[in-house]
Ligand binder design. Structure first.
Ligand code: SF4
Length: 369
């Protein structure tokens, strides 16, 4: 996939720089959980007694640019993620999906403005939590990041063993003499071979660097794993192995949000798929329906699948709009053969389905007049 880059489409930053756990007060946490339940109920998702691991509502990110211009990187995102579930957020480069991930980790640059909410199950709103809370109680502990560039994420002058042990010390309090054994257990959890633990990041293959980063992300037993383009630069076999390994870590008490432009990886791992286009989520669907029958309902999402070589190999005509100059109405209209007058207004996104005035209905498909 290709598309214009905003220069803002990468998540960066450490996930483990924490030195003490400072939980919010019980009353704050209770109020937050209630807010998360309310958010879930308002979004029509899980029942109040089944608080989602993550509940995102109305999340928008704007970047202030020089000269008073704005870049709308994320607009009104809304989704939920339940324990045991993997949601793949897919879309072309520059559509805003990695900015969304940065917002969830509190890693946006200073010129970013956010709106909406993103509640964890414990009631923490990731959009309003201060940096101290994010650093000490969220990153690594409640949200584990599997980064886009594992080799760059790892500290180049320290061995994998040293980095695992440091993270264990910070996040779990394990001390010598147990530290060495705990480090090896952490490596094994991500299928990182013990014989490579004393290597430096530059001595690792792409696949092993990915496993080292995954091992670090798992140490805090965070209920939410956030994987940002974890398969970038890997060959197909390694992509399959990486997503299979990530999937292994989704369980009764953990959810995975995987951000990717790789539809094959998404099909392999996801329970549900959210498609992003020009800063908005335009379709949310069960993965089996999306990749199988009846297929995507949003014309853009359908076009994405049809562009794959193993499908119709037919590219979507035209290019996405710049996020700094989004059109009024549906942002896909200039490329959409189904566009008409109704598309001058932005279509709403249902809880499950497509944000489209004329969604594709395969069973009834007939040429539009
Ligand atoms: S709202 Fe209109 S322009 Fe947008 S995808 Fe649907 S049919 Fe096409």
């Amino acid at each position: 996939m290709t598309g214009p880059s905003t220069g803002t489409d990468a998540v960066t930053g450490p996930s483990t720089e924490a030195d003490a756990v400072t939980d919010p007060s019980a009353s704050e946490a209770a109020a937050g959980v209630e807010a998360a339940s309310d958010a879930a109920a308002a979004a029509g998702g899980a029942a109040p007694d089944a608080v989602p691991v993550l509940s995102v509502r109305g999340l928008s990110v704007r970047f202030r640019m020089r000269g008073g211009a704005h870049v709308a990187a994320v607009t009104d995102a809304r989704f939920e993620l339940a324990a045991g579930e993997c949601l793949a957020l897919v879309g072309e480069s520059g559509c805003g999906k990695s900015v969304l991930a940065s917002a969830l980790l509190g890693l946006l640059p200073e010129n970013a403005e956010t709106a909406g909410s993103a509640f964890l199950a414990d009631g923490t709103d990731l959009l309003t939590a201060d940096e101290r809370t994010l650093a000490r109680t969220v990153r690594g502990r409640r949200v584990g990041l599997v980064p886009q560039s594992p080799a760059a994420h790892l500290t180049p002058v320290r061995t994998v063993r040293s980095q695992l042990e440091e993270t264990l010390r910070e996040l779990t309090g394990v001390r010598r003499p147990e530290l060495r054994k705990a480090g090896e257990a952490a490596a094994e959890r991500a299928a990182f071979p013990l014989g490579h633990l004393d290597r430096y990041p530059h001595e690792l293959s792409g696949g092993l660097a990915q496993r080292a980063a995954t091992a670090l992300a798992l140490i805090g037993d965070a209920p939410l794993l956030l994987a940002d383009e974890p398969t970038t630069g890997l060959d197909r076999e390694l992509v399959d192995r990486t997503v299979d390994e990530l999937r292994r870590h989704v369980g009764d008490d953990r959810a995975l949000l995987m951000i990717t432009h790789d539809l094959a990886a998404a099909e392999r791992i996801a329970d549900r798929v959210a498609v992003m286009y020009a800063s908005r989520i335009v379709e949310i669907a069960d993965a089996a329906d999306f990749f199988g029958e009846p297929g995507p309902r949003h014309p853009y999402a359908r076009g994405l699948l049809n562009a794959l070589p193993e499908r119709e190999f037919t590219p979507i005509p035209g290019m996405p709009p710049e996020l700094s100059a989004l059109p009024e109405g549906c942002a896909f209209a200039a490329r959409c053969e189904r566009a008409d007058e109704a598309c001058r207004s932005v279509p709403a996104l249902p809880l499950s389905g497509a944000a489209c005035h004329h969604p594709v209905a395969p069973a009834l498909e007939a040429p539009r007049a």
